[in-house]
Design a protein around this ligand. Structure first.
Ligand SMILES: Cc1ncc(COP(=O)(O)O)c(C=O)c1O
Length: 481
């Protein structure tokens, strides 16, 4: 305990107390003043000693744990970890990132998140609409809704879908609490333990997690720049029949690639031929900066082959937790059952407000506004990235992600660790594969960042890449005998 008496927390500092504490314990570990296996004081005792809340100490310990400095043994306490093993622990940290549990130091520049910046939310319009709903519906707005969704909203969605060339009756629309819930309830409704699901490789990590939670066998089909590799898909279909194939044809996550129309049509033909469903995740089609219309596969679907999932998180307000499914009739009732088991219904007030938002056309106005902002940001980031030597990327024509390649043999996991040490978070390529397969790519998003943060973040990224390359060159020269 002696060594902890030296710690000093400044309650007037802008740096949160838990971070001050984490920094100081980190220093004790790095300077070897406390060594591997050393048991940290219990939370309550250290809190008393430093005259702070228990939460401050608990948060500092959590932060240190998520960065590999300490290990918590349940029922025993918190111990200094083996720093020599810290590099191996990067994977544990990446898994925390993947599960949305990484504790970030304040001030970290987060290129891993595509959460839209709150300044872009149409708060004033929404305020007016919420009041209108409350004046109109009173307490009914807070009662349980039909599990399928508020009927007038399903009608306005059905109308709205005509703009995308999709004909879906209100009965075929299922309102859901976010796109992630859509993937989850479809997994509940359609997957049994051991069933196959085909995905693009790489693919959205949240979908991998949902499919894994049902015990599915996930088969990755390589993604090319113009869409999924149809030859490899067909070869796999010869001996495996998946419950569905999960795809993102517009500005795919993580690559930003778009399917060609030909690829979409051929994929649909293949799905018809082998009698499988396509789960089409449209989370970003609307963010096409060059003005082109991205036609969903669903708009070509005459046979009830495509389950269409549309989220409003990236193009509206993620905290509303609002999305919908346009379903083939055959699976309608299984999906309502899964939705009912999950949360009975999506929040009624949100559904009613969003219904008015669509009906009044405010949706379009907001979309045009955010498109302009994101399009400028995308150009700005890509321009800056061009100055970094050794990386490869193509500027996407829309969306929020840039997929960046390091030269063959370089690890994006190493780069992730180097960037994090410098206060920059990137998404390493391996989280987009079912078994965290190594990939020399990483994903960058800019949606949550200011121009200043982008400038600073890319400078830091550039330094880290420079250092990665230098180290690697030495490694390469040595074994060439
Ligand atoms: C491809 C894709 N689908 C679905 C989701 C889930 O979105 P939400 O649940 O916020 O609607 C995300 C979130 O990043 C995503 O990238």
């Amino acid at each position: 305990m002696e060594v902890f008496k030296e710690l000093y927390l400044d309650k007037n500092s802008p740096q949160p107390l838990y971070m001050q504490l984490a920094d100081q314990i980190k220093r004790l570990i790095e300077e070897n003043k406390i060594q591997r296996g050393f048991k940290l004081p219990p939370v309550r005792r250290l809190a008393e000693l430093l005259d702070v809340n228990n939460t401050t100490v608990a948060n500092a310990y959590r932060f240190l744990e998520s960065h590999g400095y300490v290990r918590t043994k349940i029922g025993s306490g918190t111990y200094v970890a083996d720093l020599a093993k810290k590099d191996d622990d990067i994977m544990d940290q990446i898994k925390l990132l993947d599960r949305g549990q990484l504790v970030m130091a304040p001030g970290t520049i987060n290129f891993a998140s595509a959460t839209p910046s709150p300044e872009l939310f149409p708060v004033e319009d929404f305020k007016t609409i919420i009041n209108e709903v409350l004046d109109r519906d009173g307490g009914i707005a807070f009662s349980y809704q039909e599990s399928k969704g508020f009927r007038p909203l399903r009608e306005s969605i059905s109308e709205f879908l005509l703009l995308y060339g999709i004909k879906a009756k209100p009965e075929d629309i299922q309102v859901i609490s976010g796109g992630q819930q859509g993937i989850d309830i479809l997994s509940k409704a359609m997957l049994n333990y051991g069933d196959y699901v085909f995905v693009e490789s790489p693919t959205y990590n949240g979908a991998i997690a949902a499919f894994k939670s049902r015990g599915a066998n996930i088969v990755g089909i390589p993604l090319r720049k113009n869409g999924i590799d149809l030859e490899i898909l067909e070869a796999n279909l010869k001996n495996k029949r998946p419950a569905f194939i999960y795809v993102m044809p517009g500005f795919q996550n993580p690559t930003g690639y778009c399917y060609s129309d030909e690829n979409k049509l051929r994929l649909l033909d293949i799905a018809n031929k082998y009698d499988i469903y396509i789960l089409e995740d449209d989370y970003l089609n609307d963010l096409a900066y060059s003005g082109e219309d991205i036609k969903p596969i669903k708009s070509y679907d005459d046979n009830g082959r495509v389950i269409y999932l549309k989220s409003f998180s990236k193009i509206f307000m993620p905290g509303l937790r609002l999305a919908f499914l346009a379903l083939p009739e055959k699976i309608n009732s299984e999906v309502i059952a899964a939705k009912h088991i999950t949360d009975i219904s999506t929040v009624g007030l949100t559904q009613r407000a969003f219904d008015l938002f669509l009906r009044k056309g405010l949706w379009k106005k907001n979309l045009e506004y955010i498109k302009k902002i994101y399009s400028n940001q995308m150009s700005y980031v890509c321009k800056k990235l061009e100055s970094i030597k050794g990386i490869q990327f193509e500027k996407p024509s829309g969306g929020l992600y840039i997929w960046i390649g390091l030269p063959e043999g370089y690890s994006s996991v190493k780069l992730y660790a180097m960037c994090l040490k410098r206060g920059v978070l990137i998404a390493p390529g391996n989280i987009f594969y079912p078994n965290y397969e190594e990939d020399n790519h990483f994903r960058l998003s800019f949606a949550a960042l200011s121009y200043q943060e982008i400038d600073r973040g890319i400078d830091i990224l550039s330094d880290a890449i420079g250092e990665l390359m230098e180290n690697r060159t030495e490694e390469k020269i040595m074994p060439l005998i």
